[in-house]
Design a protein around this ligand. Structure first.
Ligand SMILES: NC(=O)c1ccc[n+]([C@@H]2O[C@H](COP(=O)([O-])OP(=O)(O)OC[C@H]3O[C@@H](n4cnc5c(N)ncnc54)[C@H](OP(=O)(O)O)[C@@H]3O)[C@@H](O)[C@H]2O)c1
Length: 339
């Protein structure tokens, strides 16, 4: 018989949100950590990643990730330390990458873990620039955007882990990078630290005109992270044969099913008349490219050609508030919870 010997904490979905999530949609609860079976590993989470896709899992609708059941643990990836192991491939003290969810402790099969090698310095990069978000930027740029010398690449959420790498990759390929970000502090960071050619505040009242000024030759590649009003400002600026890697639509994640007004006819009209290609993608579509991504981006970081920013908050109990804030832009860099 397995006797529970340790208690951990977890955040579960208390109820489904209507529109924007509230902290009352989450519940922090303690749980008995099960004893290990053969082949399993007991983990203590060090850093939990908070990512926009988690908003989609809170709704009961079909998507590329299944919904979290009410009462179920919020999903998520973490850097965790092995506390105990009954798997020959892992020893106590090692750090691994694992889909633990929003928890302090987890018991997982050894096959579900990936050991972190020395390239992940600091280890938090395994969840950001060298993790799923960085890989998303890399695959969308390499496979769909494919920027050429002198082309103009525009990306929103430009100070975040996906957008920041998109613009820097565009620069490495000789393109012009224009970032869209919320507020002057993020815009300054995008221009001065990340080296984008321009950064525009999407909250500025004259945002569409400012964006047009920053793109005098139009837009060849728009890496779509946001949708909504940003897409409406971008659409008239897209050049003939523009490419749009469709990565995320964060402005719409909590909007419900009824748009404020139907922008689809205008979108379709522009796609047709300017032969624009929009390609939706999920990073896992390109899983085979992960080794090359890690080689390239870790080398560029070491050479000082790629910069990144992390926003680390403390305590699992603060994860719901930080996650809700991220959906509105209160994070500044890759959002992580230190546990
Ligand atoms: N397809 C895939 O495989 C895949 C994988 C990972 C991520 N994604 C998507 O990539 C996008 C960026 O992810 P991330 O992890 O890098 O997020 P992030 O930048 O760390 O955080 C999201 C950012 O979105 C911006 N934002 C929120 N609402 C907005 C609005 N109405 N208008 C303009 N900007 C808004 C905010 O930045 P500002 O303050 O600058 O506005 C916020 O900080 C998300 O849409 C995400 O779902 C897709």
């Amino acid at each position: 018989m397995n006797i529970p010997r340790l208690h951990g904490w977890r955040v579960v979905l208390a109820c489904r949100p209507h529109g924007k999530p509230l902290t009352s949609d989450f519940r922090l609860e303690s749980f008995a950590v099960p004893a290990l079976e053969d082949g399993e590993v007991l983990l203590r989470v060090r850093y939990l990643s908070l990512d926009p896709y988690m908003r989609g899992t809170m709704d009961d609708r079909k998507s590329y990730r299944p919904p979290t059941p009410v009462g179920g643990v919020m999903v998520g990836e973490a850097v965790a330390e092995v506390l105990e192991s009954r798997h020959s491939g892992f020893r106590p003290g090692e750090l691994v990458l694992a889909r633990t969810g929003w928890v302090t402790h987890s018991v997982l099969a050894g096959q579900q873990l990936a050991r972190l090698d020395e390239r992940f310095q600091p280890v938090t990069t395994a969840l950001g620039i060298l993790g799923m978000p960085g890989f998303t930027a890399y695959t969308g740029v390499e496979n769909i955007g494919r920027p050429q010398q002198g082309e103009t690449v525009v990306v929103a959420a430009a100070s975040g882990p996906v957008g920041s790498l998109v613009g820097q990759l565009a620069k490495i390929k000789g393109a012009r990078a224009v970032g869209i970000a919320g507020g002057p502090e993020k815009c300054t960071f995008v221009r001065e630290k990340l080296g984008f050619d321009a950064a525009i505040d999407h909250r500025a009242p004259d945002f569409p005109a400012l964006l047009a000024d920053a793109c005098p030759d139009g837009i060849d590649i728009y890496f779509e992270n946001v949708g909504g009003a940003v897409w409406q400002a971008v659409l008239p600026l897209l050049n003939m044969h523009a490419r749009v890697p469709l990565c995320g639509l964060i402005a719409q994640y909590s909007a419900g099913s009824t748009p404020a007004h139907d922008f689809l006819p205008a979108t379709m009209n522009e796609l047709l008349s300017r032969r624009i290609t929009v390609t939706g993608f999920i990073n896992s579509d390109f899983a085979a490219q992960r080794p090359k991504f890690l080689d390239d981006v870790s080398r560029w970081i070491a050479e000082g050609r790629i910069h990144y920013r992390e926003n680390v908050i403390s305590g699992l109990e603060n994860a719901p508030g930080a996650f809700i804030g991220m959906l509105e832009g209160s994070n500044f860099g890759k959002l992580l919870v230190e546990i």
